[in-house]
Design a protein around this ligand. Structure first.
Ligand code: SAM
Ligand code: SF4
Length: 336
């Protein structure tokens, strides 16, 4: 453990937390079937959403405790009107381990107009979600006809100088599992890094079905028919297991959250757009930091609340346990 970090960032199982994921909004410009319902989304009430000052204050306390990586997510984080200012303010925070690295997960739709400004503000890397290269399929999957815009967004991020560009795809049986090779080739040809994600039970409609899930093993089986893959060594706390393609430098990663959970090395903690701290995507308890920042709580009180939340963290997500309960919030309201 790095002893410059606040002891409260270490949980009961010795996991040291260094990565804070902040959801900037639960609103989204797409309606991906595995994440949101077509309509009738129960949005967070506006007055419950953290202001930028509140959000930056919580992040500052976390960085001063030793968090050194901040990932912005949502919902669609680029829908937050002041997202460039948020990035600028977060990139200027400083803690015992220096300035945090800022990254973002996005559907890419607003990147054509924002990529340069985001990069200038301190956004060094980006993950763009792209589940298919086919326009009709994209429309069906996201319930919006926006493939061209997402592709333009990826190009804009690349042109801005952000590096690496990672492309995320949730693999789904009978939906896009025939594009695993095409999506990987798309990335190899452009110097992007492909990441396939096993579908998790986090959809708003609670329709997840274990049998429908394409496993990491199945994804690898398809890839090895086309390329020679060499597994990279120690992945640390990274969710993705990464393979070099044909000796590198191109690579492909698989995030097998369900079949090969990586909870034992997890270093992530999440702040929702309405100010609730969650020690795990699947947590059933949250710590109300919004109430604290709206009271006369001190920074020490906030640090103590962050430490207390991490003490509640369970050893694993137990998706495979018969007693598993999906969290009440869908992915879009937690922050993926
Ligand atoms: N809107 C942004 C985007 O789509 O990249 C950021 C938020 S989204 C919730 C973050 C990531 O979670 C995306 O890569 C998305 O594909 C993934 N995701 C959403 N629902 C999921 C699920 N049920 N299982 C696995 N991944 C999921
Ligand atoms: Fe929106 Fe991202 Fe969820 Fe798709 S995965 S609906 S883009 S938040």
């Amino acid at each position: 453990m790095n002893d410059k970090r606040h002891p409260g960032l270490t949980d009961r199982f010795g996991r040291v937390h260094r990565d804070l994921r902040i959801s900037l909004t639960d609103r989204c410009s797409l309606r991906c079937t595995y994440c949101m319902p077509a309509d009738g989304v129960p949005w967070l009430a506006r007055e419950t959403m953290l202001s930028t000052d509140e959000l930056v204050r919580i992040a500052r306390v976390a960085v001063e405790m030793g968090i050194d990586e901040i990932r912005l997510t949502g919902g669609e984080p680029l829908l937050r009107p002041d997202v460039v200012d948020v990035v600028d303010r977060l990139a200027h925070l400083s803690g015992p381990l220096g300035r945090p690295e800022i990254s973002l997960t996005t559907n890419g739709l607003r990147l054509p107009s924002l990529a340069d400004a985001l990069h200038d503000a301190g956004l060094t890397r980006v993950n763009v979600s792209l589940d298919t290269l086919r326009r009709d399929r994209f429309h069906e999957l996201t319930r919006r006809d926006k493939l061209t815009e997402t592709l333009a967004g990826i190009e804009a991020a690349h042109a801005s100088g952000m590096k690496p560009i990672k492309i995320n795809a949730v693999a789904m049986r009978g939906v896009n599992d025939d594009e695993i090779v095409d999506l990987t080739r798309f990335c190899v040809e452009r110097g992007y890094q492909m990441r396939f994600i096993e579908q998790m039970p986090l959809d708003a409609g609670h329709t997840w079905d274990r049998q429908q899930m394409v496993t990491g093993e199945e994804i690898l089986a398809q890839l090895t028919e086309h390329w020679t893959l060499t597994e990279r060594g120690d992945r640390g706390a990274a969710p993705a297991q990464v393979w070099d393609i044909d000796g590198g430098p191109a690579s492909v990663g698989v995030i097998a959250s369900v079949t090969a959970p990586f909870c034992g090395t997890c270093d992530r903690v999440r702040l929702t757009a309405d100010g609730q701290l969650r020690a795990c995507l699947f947590a059933r308890k949250e710590s109300d930091l919004r109430a604290l920042v709206r009271s006369d709580a001190t920074d020490e009180d906030l640090a103590a609340a962050i430490a207390a939340c991490l003490q509640l963290k369970q050893p694993g997500h137990d998706i495979d346990d018969p007693g598993f309960l999906q969290p009440d919030r869908p992915m879009s309201a937690i922050g993926g």
